[in-house]
Design a protein around this ligand. Structure first.
Ligand code: SAM
Length: 286
């Protein structure tokens, strides 16, 4: 890596951290939600079922996801779960309820303000089977084979080193463990420049992998039974998607046909580029 590339990468990480620190601060200071309600609707807050009613309001207000990874992962009692980029902790608290007292849910985030908010929410919820860890998803601070399931909600697109994230996921999952992720994904034909035309990096658009890049990245990292399936369109060629995979050899890709025409399109008014497909990035939020 040249020093110019290194500087640009470091700047991007700091931009992401600053952006989500401000989002968390809004909720910590009691100034409302991270996102305006219409933004939340656009990308996935409505995909939660009634379970979300059982967690602190601040956890719901801080939700910045683009889907419902719990539904993707189909958690079971007794499982150990890790949420990559756990934000205000909503998915960790819901996971903790699903896996019960014999299970455990970890959240991992690099932003101090998000960790503060998540820990406050966990205390308010009285959750005892959770822990929030500080760190980067490119270097997960857990031992090998530490968890049964990895979930994540609109975070991997923000990483500046996605192969490292996928390799770390494989390392910390037990063999046979599974992945259930919601993320923003681009149509295969979109170049990186075209993805950037459709929205910002901190808003979870410009950094999105394409469907094929996601699938091939998971193959290379040692996953099997890989599926990357769009669930809704957020802009032309940009989708919220469910990502599933099982830790183990084989590299079999089982993604469904991508029937893009059948997806509901949730674009910004007048077809303008969206700032944010999954997480808040526009002027109207944070
Ligand atoms: C779009 S928000 C999503 C938060 C949460 N998953 C949700 O659904 O509300 C992205 C979160 O990921 C964290 N994040 C982004 N890049 C990260 C990285 N490389 N390592 C660790 N955390 C990261 C941010 O601090 C932020 O809390």
């Amino acid at each position: 890596m040249t020093s110019a590339t290194h500087t640009a990468t470091t700047d991007l990480v700091e931009d992401v951290r600053d952006h989500y620190a401000a989002a968390a601060r809004t909720v910590l200071d009691g100034n409302g939600a991270c996102c305006a309600p219409d933004e939340a609707d656009r990308f996935g807050a409505l995909l939660y079922d009634a379970d979300a009613a059982d967690v602190p309001e601040a956890a719901r207000l801080a939700s910045l996801g683009c889907g419902n990874p719990l539904a993707v992962a189909e958690l079971r009692p007794g499982e150990r779960v890790l949420d990559l980029g756990s934000g205000g902790g909503l998915d960790v608290l819901l996971s903790a309820q699903r896996v019960g007292s014999s299970g455990f849910a970890y959240g991992l985030d690099m932003t101090d303000e998000m960790l503060e908010l998540a820990r406050r929410n966990a205390a308010e919820a009285g959750a005892t089977n959770v822990a929030f860890l500080k760190g980067r998803i490119e270097a997960i601070p857990l031992p090998d084979a530490a968890v049964d399931v990895i979930i994540s909600n609109c975070v991997i697109n923000l990483s500046v080193d996605k192969p490292a994230v996928l390799a770390e996921m494989a390392r910390v999952l037990r063999p046979g463990g599974r992945v259930g992720i919601s993320d923003v994904v681009a149509a295969d034909e979109l170049t990186p420049a075209q993805r950037a035309e459709r929205g910002s990096y901190v808003g979870c658009v410009a950094g999105a992998l394409s469907f094929s890049e996601y699938e091939q990245g998971l193959v290379a990292a040692g996953f099997n039974e890989i599926s990357v399936a769009p669930i809704r369109a957020a802009a032309e060629g940009m989708y919220s998607a469910n990502v599933r995979a099982v830790r183990g050899p084989g590299g079999r890709i089982v993604s469904p046909p991508r029937d893009q025409a059948a997806l509901p399109v949730l674009a910004s008014p007048a077809g303008a580029p969206i700032e944010s497909a999954g997480c808040c990035g526009g002027d109207g939020c944070c």
